[in-house]
Design a protein around this ligand. Structure first.
Ligand SMILES: Cc1cc2nc3c(=O)[nH]c(=O)nc-3n(C[C@H](O)[C@H](O)[C@H](O)COP(=O)(O)O)c2cc1C
Length: 217
């Protein structure tokens, strides 16, 4: 029998095109900008994400799929709390790109001075967003450099009069220095991802109740 896990770990893709050939498609697959909020044992945090998709066709069982990079503090907090909020930014919240997306909360309090209230799961729900989804993780897949979290939406609301902002739009509206800071940050992260992305753990994820003595990891 073929050992897919073993083979996949050794798999090196045969790339038959230049990235530029597919960039117009790949660039359009990102979601609107969201602040991913988390909270665990009194520590609250937020990061920016654009790797979010709807993951259910059943209206009364809404789900999302969110990709979070392993080096992010948010990743640690989601793994232990198994909950997060998706706060879709409005045009007057572009400063959150700098405050949440260009620095890590590992050693500072990103939500100090930010107006928010706790949701049903305890995650911060930011004031003034286009809308929010509050989510509980039901499964996770290791992607090497990041984890794909599948989550059920347990609460949320949307202000349909406010359009969600995409990174494509925001890049033209934010100061030049933030764009430069992002280019520098993403350059370093691409190198980290390149090294990590084949290092996938194929062990199935299990919620705490299904594991003996699990304390979160
Ligand atoms: C426009 C933009 C999009 C981003 N998209 C993602 C994403 O989809 N997933 C992710 O894990 N990080 C994404 N990031 C990076 C995180 O927001 C960033 O690394 C942040 O500093 C992590 O914060 P933390 O360490 O406090 O969790 C994005 C950042 C920006 C500015």
């Amino acid at each position: 029998m073929i050992n897919f896990a073993k083979n996949l770990k050794m798999y090196v893709p045969l790339v038959r095109m230049e990235y530029q050939d597919i960039a117009p498609i790949m660039g359009r697959l990102w979601s609107p900008l969201a602040a991913v909020t988390t909270s665990f044992h009194g520590k609250a945090n937020a990061q920016i994400a654009v790797a979010i998709t709807a993951a259910s066709i059943v209206p009364d069982r809404p789900r999302v799929l969110v990709q979070i990079y392993k080096g992010n503090y948010t990743h640690q907090l989601i793994r232990v709390s198994r909950a997060f909020g998706l706060n879709f930014l409005s045009l007057d919240q572009l400063h959150f790109i700098r405050d949440f997306g260009l620095v890590s909360g590992i050693n500072h309090e990103k939500l100090d001075g930010v107006e928010y209230s706790p949701g049903e799961t305890g995650v911060p729900i930011l004031a003034g967003c286009m809308g929010y989804l509050e989510c509980r993780v039901i499964n996770a897949m290791d992607g090497g450099d990041m984890t794909c979290f599948l989550a059920e939406v347990v609460a949320g609301s949307a202000n349909s009069d406010v359009a969600p902002v995409t990174w494509r739009e925001a890049r033209n509206l934010i100061p030049k220095e933030w764009n430069e800071a992002w280019n520098e940050k993403i350059g370093g992260e691409i190198e980290i991802s390149r090294r990590r992305m084949s290092d996938i753990d194929y062990t199935a994820w299990a919620p705490p109740a299904a594991r003996s003595g699990a304390q979160g990891d």
